[in-house]
Design a protein around this ligand. Structure first.
Ligand code: ADP
Ligand code: ASP
Ligand code: MG
Length: 415
């Protein structure tokens, strides 16, 4: 008998037929003799609908009220799933995050889980029930409902699995597992049988929303491998695990992307000590998070300063940059709010050179201009015009022969 935590995402519980389907899957795992804890997301589109309602009412809803509103989506799906199971004579009980005792900090809309109380879950399992928990939510010290950020049900599932020391943490979704890139954009993308925590963390933080970044962080911290599986078809899915457990090492594992980027550039800023600190200070005073930064010296003893931010911060950042241009005596302000970030991820990059040049060549051959570059040990990110994103992902994907996995090409083998 194993203790299994299963998480079903929004599209997996998107309508009553799908809820029935999920109930059947749970019943078959239960009748194989396992103990099952289920984490559910809100029905597909529901969280967006609740957010729109709040925004239609007021421009700045109180974070406390906003969280208690958007946490309700999960409460609907957990209760419906529990009813579906009970109607099929499979004893089940559903609980909200606060009812179970998922303690979080008090950063509304992106709270972190501090502790999971397993008392209620263990009691219910002992009594032979399937335990269903609403994902994406918890309770802070003051007793207020908090939410964990978009995609947060993944993190609920991992936190519960870790607290229970579960045998498996299964994340069921609308694709067969983790692919070399989003299969909805690039149909040639290949399913990865395994991926390391480190690579998955990069993929998630760079835009691959198949797992919430924090869920991967938590899983690696608590030594809890995750299996990503399809709700709608059978298959082994993808195991997210430690690097030393990866059987077929690859040079690169995948491409992540984000369309939500904007780029701002101040050019011809007279060179002066402390200018960079001043620019970044103004941006961070406005609570805008900067992603990439570059500075180039010009022959005229001025500098060009460029950075990227999330697209939703663009109007605020533009205003700051325009003010700074006057204050610092810059020549021009150049911005583009419709850029995208394309990132190549792979642990093989640590020990292999030539990855960046292959990537840049493939983009160049596709006629795609690179506007900015950043690298780290296991990833290379570039900013391109949004209209070139799909073509760029395709070009890099085929340059690294990711569409040909599991075959590992000779010249790129790292073993
Ligand atoms: P859920 O509602 O089940 O949590 P999400 O929509 O959050 O599902 O995540 C699944 C989606 O992630 C897929 O439908 C796919 O479009 C997207 N995705 C992005 N990158 C990848 C990738 N590398 N592999 C698989 N799916 C990806
Ligand atoms: N319902 C939440 C969202 O849409 C949480 C989740 O689905 O994981 O972001
Ligand atoms: Mg998700």
């Amino acid at each position: 008998m194993a203790l299994i935590v299963q998480k079903y995402g929004g599209s997996s519980v998107g309508n009553l037929d799908r809820i029935h389907h999920v109930a059947k899957k749970i019943m078959s795992a239960k009748s194989a003799g396992h103990e099952i804890v289920v984490v559910v997301s809100a029905m597909y589109g529901e969280t967006d609908r609740l957010i729109q309602l709040a925004n239609a009412l007021t421009q700045s809803p109180e974070p406390r009220e906003f969280d208690i509103l958007i946490a309700t989506g999960e409460q609907v799906s957990m209760a419906l799933l529990s009813m579906a199971l009970n109607a099929n004579n499979c004893p089940a009980r559903s609980f909200t995050g606060p009812q179970i005792g998922i303690q979080t900090d008090d950063i509304h809309t992106k709270a972190r889980i501090l502790e999971v109380d397993t008392t209620v879950i263990k009691r219910e399992l002992k009594e032979g029930r399937v335990v269903i928990v609403a994902g994406f939510q918890g309770i802070n010290e003051r007793g207020d409902v908090t939410t964990l950020g978009r995609g947060g049900s993944d993190t609920t599932a991992v936190a519960i699995a870790a607290a229970l020391k579960a045998d498996e943490c299964q994340i069921y979704t609308d694709v067969d597992g983790v692919y070399t890139t989003d299969p909805h954009l690039i149909p040639e993308a290949r399913l990865l049988p395994q991926i390391s925590f480190e690579e998955m963390l990069e993929m998630a933080s760079l835009g691959a929303k198949v797992l919430q970044m924090r869920s991967v962080e938590l899983a690696s911290k608590h030594n809890m491998p995750i299996r990503v599986l399809s709700t709608f078809s059978d298959g082994p899915g993808t195991l997210v695990t430690f690097e030393d457990k990866i059987m077929h090492k690859r040079l690169v594992s995948g491409i992540a992307f984000s369309r939500e980027e904007a780029i701002l550039s101040l050019s011809g800023v007279p060179r002066k000590l402390g200018t960079e600190g001043l620019i970044l200070g103004k941006v961070s005073e406005a609570h805008i998070e900067i992603d990439m930064i570059a500075q180039n010296a010009t022959a005229q003893d001025t500098v060009d300063f460029t950075f990227t931010v999330h697209r939703k911060e663009y109007p605020k950042a533009l205003k700051i940059v325009e003010d700074l241009a006057i204050q610092l005596g810059a020549n021009t302000v150049k911005t583009n709010s419709r850029v995208a970030k394309l990132s190549l991820v792979g642990i093989g990059m640590r020990s292999h050179t030539g990855v960046a040049s292959t990537m840049f060549r493939s983009l160049g051959e596709a006629g795609i201009n690179i506007q900015m570059i950043t690298t780290s040990e296991i990833k290379i990110s570039v900013i391109v015009d949004e209209t070139h994103l799909e073509q760029g992902v395709r070009a890099v994907h085929s340059a690294f022969e990711l569409d040909k996995l599991p075959h590992v090409p000779e010249k790129m083998s790292i073993e």
